[in-house]
Write a protein of this length. Sequence first.
Length: 70
Amino acid sequence: MAYGAASITKAIKGADFPCSKQDLINSYGDKEVEYTKGNPQKLRNILNELPSDSYNSPADLEHDVHEVMG
């Protein structure tokens, strides 16, 4: 099981970048990730908290996740 940003990267494996946050939510939002151990949540809940509306790469997405989730 992956945790932190790795859990999100694993959940969106195969995503085409660049893409919008809404594209990620539509395609992967129902996936469950465990950003912190023992606290599974829908990926859409994490993505909805992120400030950017689009991402050029998985690294851009991970950066926003780290900023918001800590």
